[in-house]
Design a protein around this ligand. Structure first.
Ligand SMILES: [Zn+2]
Length: 69
């Protein structure tokens, strides 16, 4: 019977920060945009007229604890 070894066979690839940084900034901007629409797109801070965006993200607003109604 051969002995069982648990040493990892694959090693993770090192990705330089210089290559990750633009994607991290892009993802951060998308997240901030999503947080804006979920948390502040209503009433006086609304950029888009009507209640369509508000109603679309309404459950997310309540799930994340943003004040709503
Ligand atoms: Zn609500």
């Amino acid at each position: 019977m051969t002995p069982v070894t648990f040493a990892p066979k694959a090693r993770p690839i090192a990705i330089p920060v210089r290559q990750v940084l633009p994607w991290a900034i892009f993802g951060g901007l998308l997240l901030m945009l999503a947080i804006y629409f979920v948390g502040a797109e209503e009433g006086a801070t609304s950029l888009i007229k009507g209640m369509h965006v508000h109603e679309f993200v309404h459950d997310g607003r309540h799930l994340l604890g943003f004040p709503c109604h």
